[in-house]
Design a protein around this ligand. Sequence first.
Ligand code: TXA
Ligand code: MG
Length: 313
Amino acid sequence: MHQKTIDEAKKRLFNGQLVIFPTETVYGIGANANNLQAIELIYEIKERPISNPLICHFANLNQIEKDFILKEKDYELASVFWPGPLTLILEKKQSSQISHLVSNNQKLVGCRIPNNKIALNLLSILDFPLAAPSANIATRTSTTSIKDLDDNLKKIFYIDGGASVLGLESTVIQTTSDGCKILRLGSLTIEEIKNKFSHYIININGSKISPGNQKKHYSPVKPIRINVDYVKENETLLNYGKNKLNSNIKNMNLSKDEDLIEASHNFYHYLNILDKTDCASIAVAPIPEVGLGKTINDRLKRATYKDKKLFNN
Ligand code: TXA
Ligand code: MG
C-alpha cells in the first residue's frame, strides 16, 4: 500500500472526515472515535439509527487499556484471538475521550484489533481509535470488495485493500464470570472458542442481543429463498457443494468443495453479483449448520426477513 494513501487517510480522519478502509472481515467506514461530529457523519451516511452502537478499532492492547477496563476473561480471549475477528464488549473508563455517540450513551463499547496490515498501519499512526461500522447502507449486505461499495459510499475517501480475506463480520462477545455470551455470530466460530477454552460456559442466546442481530439485516435488494431443493424459472442460484441444482439465469457456487472458509470469503461478493442480475429472486442451497455455516445461515435468515420498515437498521 502506498504510504501517500495512508497519509491522506490520516489527514482526513484528523480533520473529522470519514475513510473507508479494509479489514480481514469486511470493509469499515472509519471516523475518529473521539470526535462527535465525525461519528454523526457515519450514522447519517449509513442511514443507521443511533440505537445501534459502533465498533471501535485499535492498533494494540495498550491503546485499548487506556480507555477500557478488561476483566480476566477479556484478557484470555484477547491474547488468543487478537488481532482478529473478535469484538469484545468492554466497559469504558471515566477518563475515556471516546464519544458517547459511538455506543448510544452506554459505558459498554465493542472493541477490536483487526488483523489486516493496512488497517493496523493506519491505526498505529493515529492517536485516536477508529469507530467503524461495516461499509454498507443499514440493512444491506456488508462489503468485501471496493467494487461492491454502494454508490453513495463511493463518494467517501477509500483505501482499496483487495478482497477481504475472511468475508464475514467479527463475532461480538461479552465475557461473563464463567465464560462468555455471543451477541453476534461472526468469523470467529463457537467451535474455535471451545477448542481453546473448553471450560467456558458459552451462551449463544443471551437476552441482550446486539442491535445487528435485529431481524432484518445483511440483505440484498432482491428477495431470497433459502434451503432450496429446486430453482424457479426466474431465479438465480447461490449454490454450495456439488449437486444438481441449476439456474437458467446465473449460478454462483460458494464452494464446490464444501469448504466453509471459502464459502465465507465468497458470500457477500457472490450475493452482490446475483443481486445485480435481472432475476425475480435469489435461491440459496442449504449450508451446513456448523462452524462458519452457522454465521452464514444467520445472515441468510435475516436477509429473508420481509418487513423492511420495522427493522430498518
Ligand atoms: O467485522 C466487523 O465487525 C466489521 C469491521 C469493519 O470491523 N464491523 C462491523 O460493524 O460489522 P457493524 O457496526 O456493522 O456491526 C457492529 C455490531 C452490531 O451488531 C452492533 O449492534 C454490535 O456490533 N455492537 C457494537 N457495540 C455494541 C455494544 N456496546 N453492545 C452490544 N452490541 C454492540
Ligand atoms: Mg454492519
